[in-house]
Design a protein. Structure first.
Length: 195
């Protein structure tokens, strides 16, 4: 399988997280035939287009997104990226030049982020893809609200609660484990990285 576009970036850099997205969101799509993927080359169920003309986001977190999930951010427009439109990652004290066409994956629910203004005559637009944490909880809860979960499923979820944070951390690959994680998730001839 050759992975391209937005699927390929997440799959290549976070194969275990990608598998979590495909497993859980795939179950949603399989269960409800009215649901469709937004794009053939994207695993994200939600997309936002901000046509600007001067898209600027101040220091914020996207609380509704999956806590361990990665938000996919793409910049577009016509602006001098040396002068403005920089991506700011506040929690790690990074300011990154972000030219039109730039693309990044960040854990937007837990990493404060924003971007710097551009000149008044310039245009900057944004395209963002993400997944709400509630979608994953819905699947985990047996396609029901948490307060409606009963019986053995409730017992199972309660027993897993103390290790939930460790499970989320385990969705990230350590650099020295990344190649092996890709093989474990996709197999030797997956095509991951051929995009």
């Amino acid at each position: 399988m050759l992975l391209i576009g937005f699927r390929g970036a997440l799959a290549y850099y976070a194969p275990k997280l990608y598998r979590e997205y495909t497993d859980k969101l795939g179950q949603l799509v399989d269960r409800d035939p009215s649901l469709r993927w937004n794009f053939n080359n994207s695993i994200y169920p939600t997309a936002t287009v901000n046509f600007g003309p001067q898209t600027v986001c101040y220091d914020h977190l996207d609380f509704g997104n999956k806590a361990a999930g990665w938000c996919d951010i793409t910049a577009a427009g016509s602006y001098d990226y040396k002068q403005g439109g920089h991506l700011v990652l506040f929690d790690i004290d990074k300011i990154i030049e972000f030219p039109p066409g730039s693309h990044i994956l960040i854990p937007s629910a837990v990493m404060r982020h924003g971007n710097t203004p551009i000149q008044p005559h310039e245009r900057r637009m944004g395209f963002t893809q993400y997944a709400a944490g509630a979608l994953f909880r819905w699947v985990d809860n047996g396609f029901q609200r948490a307060e409606d979960v009963r019986g053995k499923l409730k017992e199972k979820l309660d027993a897993e609660a103390p290790t939930r944070f460790e499970h989320l951390l385990d969705l990230y690959s350590k650099l020295e484990e990344l190649a092996d994680d890709r093989i474990r998730v996709f197999g030797k001839s997956s095509g991951v990285g051929e995009c």
